[in-house]
Design a protein around this ligand. Structure first.
Ligand code: ACO
Length: 325
């Protein structure tokens, strides 16, 4: 019998502190940095984002999202045999945020590790979990994207600090006789490390180099619109499907213009695209599961539908996952 993996529950969590563009504009003004709601909305589509309070970690956001996903799947934490957390903002250098989350869930025993692919992290983690389930290495996986990008932002750099937010999303992925995940397509091109990075590192008890986010926005934009179409078509081809078979496109939520461009290239109307970037900003690895859960919980996304998830981010990394819910 062929074993597939299938999403059986979704969840998400946003920290309560909501920062509107107006809030951010006012805060940046006190630092001598000028920006405006109009600029942010016109160039990015972002209207608000959530920032976690000091002392809150990625595992805390992931825990809330995981609990919701487990409840939706009707599973208890002890039934999990795999936890993968996609994050670029881990609680500690080590151990992994997945191990910390496993402890907070009270789910000791199964495998737990992090995946680091920045904003593509969730599609990478989902692909790894799917492969482990299909190979028999796991049967019930929790896949989480959890990020605290507010901690990496340089609030003197208006070209980046208006773009990002904090949050977490999670799915439970279980072995199934029915196909859930149909195809994945992952890529990286390390030649572009420098266009989106946090170049600092820890050595000798100190942070060396700059630990704040650097981005060449235009270079990222140009690369993103090309590779997202390629990854989407590659995943569709692998499954013998076409863009017309997609009920919902759930893209990484970085910029509404990148999302619209991808939809246009795939000839998908925006009515079939889940958009949360306006309310969440760019939450990196958390953005796709946050958008997925938003669509599931408001009733737009229904069991049996075909979804295309796709991400792009630092590395440079990109990828797509096609699935039946
Ligand atoms: N407020 C007001 N003005 C601003 C701001 C701001 N916050 N930021 C930049 N500007 C100014 C610039 O200084 C520039 O002024 P100038 O013309 O006088 O020099 C002008 O606005 C235009 O700047 P551009 O950089 O050309 O603006 P652009 O239209 O390219 O938009 C943006 C910038 C939004 C960053 C865009 O390039 C983008 O979205 N890129 C992709 C980013 C992305 O998706 N990143 C996430 C990838 S996922 C991950 O892995 C984290």
């Amino acid at each position: 019998m062929t074993v597939y993996s299938r999403i059986t529950g979704t969840g998400s969590y946003l920290p309560p502190r909501r920062i509107t563009n107006a809030d951010l504009v006012a805060d940046l003004a006190t630092r001598g940095i000028e920006t405006s709601d109009d600029w942010i909305v016109e160039r990015t589509g972002i209207r608000a984002r959530h920032f976690a309070d000091p002392g809150v970690f990625a595992s805390d956001l992931g825990l809330e999202a995981a609990r919701q996903a487990l409840q939706a799947a009707g599973l208890t934490p002890s039934e999990l045999d795999l936890i993968i957390v996609a994050t670029s903002t881990p609680d500690m250098v080590f151990p992994s945020t997945a191990c910390i989350l496993q402890h907070k869930l009270g789910a000791a025993g199964g495998a737990a590790f992090d995946v680091q692919a920045v904003c593509s992290g969730f599609v990478y983690a989902l692909t790894v979990a799917d492969a482990m389930i299909r190979s028999g290495a796991a049967r019930r996986a929790l896949v989480v994207g959890a990020e605290l990008f507010s901690r990496l932002l340089d609030f003197q750099d208006r070209t980046t600090c208006v773009l990002f937010g904090d949050g977490a999303g999670a799915v439970v992925l279980e072995a199934s006789e029915q196909p859930g995940i149909l195809a994945s397509d992952l890529h990286a091109d390390g030649r572009h490390v420098g266009i989106l990075c946090v170049p600092g590192h820890v050595a000798g008890g100190q942070v060396l180099g700059d630990p704040l986010l650097k981005m060449d926005g235009q270079a990222v934009f140009k690369l993103a619109v090309g590779v997202l179409e390629d990854a989407a078509r590659a995943a569709l081809d692998k499954a013998g499907r076409t863009p017309q078979d997609i009920d919902w496109l759930i893209p990484h939520q970085a910029n509404i213009r990148i999302i619209q461009s991808t939809a246009r290239k795939l000839r998908l109307p925006m009515e079939r695209v889940v958009v949360t970037v306006d309310q969440h900003g760019n939450t990196s690895a958390a953005s796709i599961p946050l958008a997925l859960d938003a669509g599931v919980r408001d009733g737009r996304i229904r069991p049996g539908q075909t979804l295309l998830l796709e991400g792009v981010g630092g590395g440079f990394t990109w990828g797509a996952v096609l699935l039946n819910l």
